[in-house]
Design a binder for this molecule. Sequence first.
Ligand code: ZN
Length: 405
Amino acid sequence: MEAKESRSGSYVWQSILYGRDVIQRGARWRIGSGRKVRVWQHHWLPRKHPPLLCSPVVEGFENATMDLLIDAETRTWNEELVDGLFAPEEAELIKRIPLARGSAEDILFWPHSSNGRYSCKTGYRFLKEENELIPFGEPVNTKLWNGIWALNCPNKIKNFMWRACRNSVPSKVNLMRRTILQEAICERCHQVEESVVHAVWSCSSLDVVRSNLSLWGVRRTQSFVDFKELLSWIIVNHQDPELFAITVWTIWHHQNQQIPRVPAVPRPRARWVPPSNGSFKINFNGASFRAENKSGIGVVIRDGHGMVIASLSEKLPRAYGPEEVETLAAAMALGFAREIGVDNVVLEGDSSIVMTALRGEDHYLSASGLSVEDVQLLAAHFLNYFRRDGNKLVHSLARFATFLV
Ligand SMILES: [Zn+2]
């Protein structure tokens, strides 16, 4: 990975070097023991852009490795330390990374494909997405980041400011780029495309806002290319950034309550079939709830007549990613089956990615690969163990779980 490019290099060699550059930019560390991965220097955060931490480096921790953040005995995050070292948005992301029970080696994987392996197609898609987002990571952004976290307002508003600066909120322009919407014209003024800065600042329909009159008057004279430029100007010129933040947050949420942004796609339903006589079927499902920062897990165990013999509904104190929560649900389902003493079982889940991973096909490199190994270890205790796709009856249990105290 250290070879240098030379002008006389062949086309093939240059292509290889180019591919290597893409891999270096897009690959991510999966945390096992955490000893190989450096907190502030390596890509390990589960987000696409930027993959490096934005929270300022804390004195004395410059060369810290990830094992420092993990309680080796319980294999959980040292939440007090994580909350103390990082800005709230990043601390939350970190605490959502599930840690496997055993401490394996840290490995580099490609997070932009479901099996963790690099391909030209996923490399190309990664580059395309990278180009569409604002370039990130220059000193000016650290300054802006610090400016946002210093604001004296609720974290949800700081989070919104940050996402708006990164252009990662669902404005119509962004939804059109992701081919969710056909056109991006603002539905209030019908004049201009609805970018983030248009939606919360320059749209003529916002002339009626009476929040900060002197600042709002500037809208006619000052123009900004994007939200990041606008917020930087507000902070640098001391234009009451707190009031500005609360005002634009209120505007954005008021607008989004009125306009349904993303049409809901109904899920096709699979038919549930009882297991053969003498065996038991375990259905499991995981659901995650971003707003409440919770996940729910549902498990139902039935016999060959389709009779429910046991069920479980459990709440987890984090909103995990969809594959992660499904894998955690599978582990919990098998643990529960062992507890109640059934040993001839069929395991059925509805995430094809997770089910493929549990089959042991090419899962090793994926982000949740270590949790998959946990499931496989648990599965080894059963006399008879099948995996099948197609599941619908445990969704409500997983959803119900978040109402439990
Ligand atoms: Zn408008």
